[in-house]
Write a protein that binds this ligand. Structure first.
Ligand code: TMP
Length: 212
């Protein structure tokens, strides 16, 4: 019998929604229940491309907007072989941000169409489930100040949220909106249930291609 593949599970959402906390908890819960699961995050700041992105996000360097968009995408493509290898080994990947952040953040800048922003990520491994952690800007503000990285302002995050809403209308991607205003454990239980279902459904399906 061939090995059942792992599922590609993505968590998206605006800042302060609790994505990283929930990714960690999900991986732990899946591992505790005997499933093979690992976490990944984008941008992956440790590669050469990731270091360029990191310096840009920390406002230590400036990059032209199209250029940085393509670098974020290249950062996903450079990890594509590793992602596929792990999925084929039966490891489910829980990913903190993916191409949807790429499109939502760049298209929130003036002069960028959704279509132009989606193009470079077309053909990446398609997630079996994308959970969008929903949190209103006022609830996000109650969770404390934004950091000092680029994009961490309420005005920009509102624009990003609107772009995510447009992306969620695309039925070629399996979206699930999660109410992130609840306590950590309730949000986790919800995320875990959806993930277990997605892992089961993906087992015997080929890995899809995003936006193709
Ligand atoms: P992080 O705080 O989750 O590490 O994300 C870094 C920032 O980069 C965050 O503001 C979202 C932004 N971003 C993009 O602009 N394009 C992308 O493709 C990704 C993955 C993140």
């Amino acid at each position: 019998m061939t090995c059942r593949r792992g599922a590609l599970i993505v968590l998206e959402g605006v800042d302060k929604a609790g994505k990283t906390t929930q990714c960690n908890k999900l991986v732990q819960a899946l591992q505790d229940s005997g499933q093979k699961a690992e976490m990944m995050k984008f941008p992956e700041r440790t590669t050469k491309i990731g270091q360029l992105i990191n310096s840009y996000l920390e406002n230590k360097s400036n990059l032209e907007d199209h250029t940085v968009h393509l670098l974020f995408s290249a950062n996903r493509w450079e990890l594509m072989p590793l992602m596929k290898e792990k999925l084929e080994q039966g490891i489910s990947l829980v990913v903190d941000r993916y191409a949807f952040s790429g499109v939502a953040f760049t298209s929130a800048k003036p002069g960028f169409s959704l279509d132009w922003c989606m193009n470079p990520d077309k053909g990446l491994p398609k997630p079996d489930l994308v959970m969008f952690l929903q949190l209103s800007p006022s609830e996000a503000a109650q969770r404390g100040q934004f950091g000092t990285e680029r994009y961490e302002t309420t005005v920009f995050q509102k624009a990003v949220q609107q772009k995510f809403e447009l992306l969620m209308k695309d039925s070629s991607v399996k979206w699930q909106v999660i109410d992130a205003a609840r306590n950590i454990e309730d949000v986790h239980a919800d995320i875990k249930n959806h993930s277990v279902d997605a892992i089961k459904a993906a087992e015997n399906e080929p890995i899809g291609e995003l936006w193709k």
